[in-house]
Each structure stands twice: as C-alpha cells, then as structure tokens.
Design a binder for this molecule. Structure first.
Ligand SMILES: NC(=O)c1ccc[n+]([C@@H]2O[C@H](COP(=O)([O-])OP(=O)(O)OC[C@H]3O[C@@H](n4cnc5c(N)ncnc54)[C@H](O)[C@@H]3O)[C@@H](O)[C@H]2O)c1
Length: 435
C-alpha cells in the first residue's frame, strides 16, 4: 500500500498494550507507532524494544506527565489508551483537544463526570472515540444479535445474565490496582461494562435505572475466616506462597518479570499481592436489576470466585426464549510449570477451552440448536482478532460492532448506577449520574 502511514501513539504500556503494539507493527505498510507514554519508564522501554526487535522504527518515549508534548511533537492521528482505568479520561480529553482519534480500552472512564466531559469534548473535536468492546466481535455474540434482530424470540421482555470469573482470572483482580475502587471503578464498572455493553447492543437500547447489591465475601480479609489465606503480603519472596494456588509467580514468567517485577522500583506497582491481603475496596459478589429504555429488564450476576469460568444468558421473548451457555474454562488447574518443567506455585493461566450451547426455544416447537462453528480458543473467543481487523484494516462491520463514546457511556452507566445503588440501598436513575 502506498501513502503516508497512519500515526499511532499509545499510553499505558502494560500487558494489554501488547495486542495493539503488535497490531500496528504487523501493519507496517500502513501504520506506524510513533510514541509510547506511561508513568513507568521500564514498561515503556520493554514495549519500545519489542517494537524495534520486530523490525519497526523505535517509538519515542514520553513520561505520562508530558503527554501534551507527545501530542505536539509526534503528531499522532490516533491515540490508543490502555492505561489504568481511572486515568483514561485524561488522555482521551487531551487527544480530542488536539483533534486526534482515540481508541480506548474499556471502561471508557470510571465516573459520570468524566463520561459527560468526554462526550462534550468529542462534540467539539474533529476526532472520534472508539471503545474496544471486544466481546461484541465474538461470533457467538454476533449470532445472538442476528437472532434477536430477526425476531427469533419476538419482542424481548426480560434478560437473565450470570457471569462467572474463576479463581485464577477472577482472583487476578484482587492482586493489583483493580482491587481499589478508585482505580478501576470496581468490577461492576471494570468487568461488567463488557456484559452491560453486550446487553445494550443486543437489545439496541440503553439502561435507565439500576437497583443492586454487592459484597466482598471471598477475597480480602475474608480469606482468613474461610481458611484460604496463608498470611503473606505478596508472593515474591514469601515462603508461605509456595504451593498456594492463589499466588502469582512472576519470576519464572518472562513477560510478568519484565513488565512488573523488574519495573517495581520506578513506581512501587506490586503485581502479585496476596488476594487475601487487607485493603480491597471492591466487591467480589454482585447482582443488579436494570431497567431499559425499551421496557426490557435485566437480572445480572457477577461472581469473581467461581471454580469454572463462563456465562449463561437467556432472553424471554413474546415468541419464545433464547438461551446461551458458554464455558470458557471448566476448571482451574492448580499446577503451573516453569521453563524446566519445575512445578511452581500458583494456578496455571490455562488456554481457553471454550464450548457453547446456543438454543432458540420457540413456542409450540422443538428447540433449535444453533451452530456457530468451532469456538476459537484464544483472544476472547476470537473477538480480539476480528476486532483488530475492523480497527486497523477497515474490515466491514455489518453487525455494527464498533462502539462509540456514547456506547462506552451507556455501558458505564449501568455499573455506576449499580455501585451507587449498593452504597445507598436505593434504585438509581442513570440520568442523575451523567452530569
Ligand atoms: N478488553 C479486554 O479484554 C481487556 C483485557 C485486559 C485489559 N483491558 C484494559 O486495558 C487497560 C490496561 O490493563 P492492563 O491489564 O494492561 O493493566 P497493566 O497494569 O498491565 O497496565 C496499566 C499501565 O498503565 C500505567 N499507568 C498507571 N497510571 C498511569 C497514568 N496516570 N498515566 C499513564 N499510565 C499509567 C501503568 O504503569 C501500566 O503500565 C485497562 O483499562 C483494562 O481495563 C482490557
């Protein structure tokens, strides 16, 4: 392809950044990563070196505090935001003020005030925001969208959604910044945003009110009561962590060691805290009732300490019922092996083993099992790969999967209203939160 390459800058050089830096580097004929920013110079260097090793020009490095200078000096067309959730808005607002486009990881932001500011800034900017809700791009979820739009169950009256995070993936939110509500918004914002977004997209509607309950019942100091806590602060260097399936061993994992263990001295970001150590300010068990603009209702659950990972969702309609079961992992393997086959402590990051059952139950007829092909076993059911095609290659998007800033706000709204409802014990109107 000829022409000037599209210029990307990325802020937040942690684990998720890798998917985007790879995507840009793999498209060197039409894309160039011009700059990286973070509060931690070690993590910037890790990614900059990887880009260079892959044969692309080395991106310029900027401290996060110098982001405005990055914008004027390196003139990106698009800014990719993959930093800690609570700071997304800072970079989105700066990028929009410079008329750049933004590709932002979910959640769009963590407060109603920042959400409103982003919508306002986008209205005034020549740039536009895309929120990367990768679950929309999973072929099973597209099929659900198609079936509902074709009227397979008539008008949707109510939705049930039960999402389980296992004691490997779910536990990981209790080891680092996600465990603090002021950094992640809690799991109803950080994680459920995916699920609320799916429901918004499937129903083609938006939440208006939520009533919720939430508690921290398993992780944090509860571990002592339940007998799971081994009484250390962080796994690295703690003899008690040996053999603990909840511990994370960073030393033997090249990526974890380089990104976090070797980078600690710059900012004190500890990636391997004991999930049962004190200080957790988020919930691990949550439920919400959400009312939608179109009259549909949602009953939703998120459990972050499940023995298996996956979800069930069902739609009750005026012509029948649609049911989906997805098992991403049917159990957590407590054995993790190092490079020499040595057994380490901590549960294995097992690859996705997904299988699914998608069924339409019409009235007066046999259930109809729907085949969407084999489940793609990595990158969120194949969602990541297909999303990158739309983001970076302009692949066609007949399912309208590309999410706008308003979609990001609508996904956030149900989580914010749920958090407020838990705090106050009252049902909370979404409109009151987005001012
Ligand atoms: N869609 C998905 O499936 C998915 C998966 C993983 C992560 N994510 C999202 O990606 C983002 C990053 O997650 P991660 O797992 O890579 O986390 P991470 O902790 O590995 O990386 C976060 C990075 O942000 C940096 N940072 C912290 N404060 C900052 C600030 N004020 N300014 C600039 N940078 C700052 C940290 O130094 C770190 O390098 C989050 O928003 C998360 O929600 C999405």
């Amino acid at each position: 392809m000829s022409g000037t390459p599209h210029r990307y800058a990325l802020v937040g050089t942690g684990a998720r950044a890798t998917m985007y830096t790879n995507a840009v580097v793999e498209r060197s004929d039409k894309a160039r990563l011009v700059a990286l920013a973070d509060t931690n110079p070690h993590r910037i260097e890790h990614h900059a070196a990887a880009v260079e090793a892959a044969g692309a020009p080395r991106p310029a490095a900027y401290a996060a505090a110098d982001f405005d200078r990055l914008l004027t000096e390196t003139e990106p067309d698009t800014v990719i935001v993959t930093c800690v959730d609570a700071y997304h808005h800072e970079y989105i607002l700066a990028a929009l003020a410079s008329d750049c486009n933004v590709i932002c990881e979910k959640p769009l932001t963590t407060t109603g005030e920042h959400a409103a500011a982003i919508l306002e800034a986008e209205r005034k900017s020549a740039g536009a925001v895309t929120v990367t809700f990768n679950y929309r791009y999973n072929p099973i979820h597209e099929k659900v969208a198609d079936l509902l739009r074709e009227g397979a169950v008539g008008e949707v009256v109510s939705v049930g959604f039960d999402w389980l995070l296992d004691t490997r993936h779910g536990a990981d939110y209790f080891r680092r910044w996600h465990r603090l509500a002021d950094q992640s918004g809690g799991l109803l914002v950080h994680k459920s945003g995916h699920h609320f977004d799916l429901v918004n997209w499937w129903l083609d509607s938006a939440p208006v009110q939520a009533f919720a309950r939430g508690k921290l019942a398993f992780y944090g100091e509860n571990g002592e009561r339940h007998g799971h806590d081994r009484g250390y602060e962080r796994a690295n260097g703690a003899p008690q962590a040996s053999g603990d399936p909840f511990a994370l061993d960073m030393k033997e994992n090249e990526q974890l060691k380089a990104l976090y263990l070797d980078a600690e001295e710059a900012d004190g970001y500890i990636r391997d805290q004991n999930v049962f150590a004190p200080g957790v300010t988020i919930y691990d068990d949550m439920m919400a009732l959400v009312d939608y603009e179109n009259g549909a209702t949602l009953s939703y659950r998120l459990t972050a300490y499940s023995p298996w990972e996956g979800y069930r969702v069902h739609f009750n309609g005026t012509e029948g019922r649609l049911e989906l079961l997805v098992v991403e992992n049917d159990h957590v393997n407590p054995d993790q092996h190092g490079p020499n086959g040595a057994q380490l402590h901590g549960s294995a990051a097992s690859p996705e083993e997904g299988w699914y059952e998608l069924t339409v139950h019409p009235f007066w007829a046999k259930p109809n099992r729907i085949d969407v092909g084999e489940y793609e076993r990595k990158g969120h059911g194949g969602g990541d790969r297909r999303m990158l095609g739309v983001l970076f290659d302009g692949d066609t998007d007949p399912h309208d999967r590309s999410a706008t800033a308003q979609d990001g706000v609508n996904a956030l709204a149900a989580g914010l209203a749920s958090n407020e409802s838990i705090a106050t014990g009252q049902p909370i109107a979404v409109a009151d939160l987005l001012k």
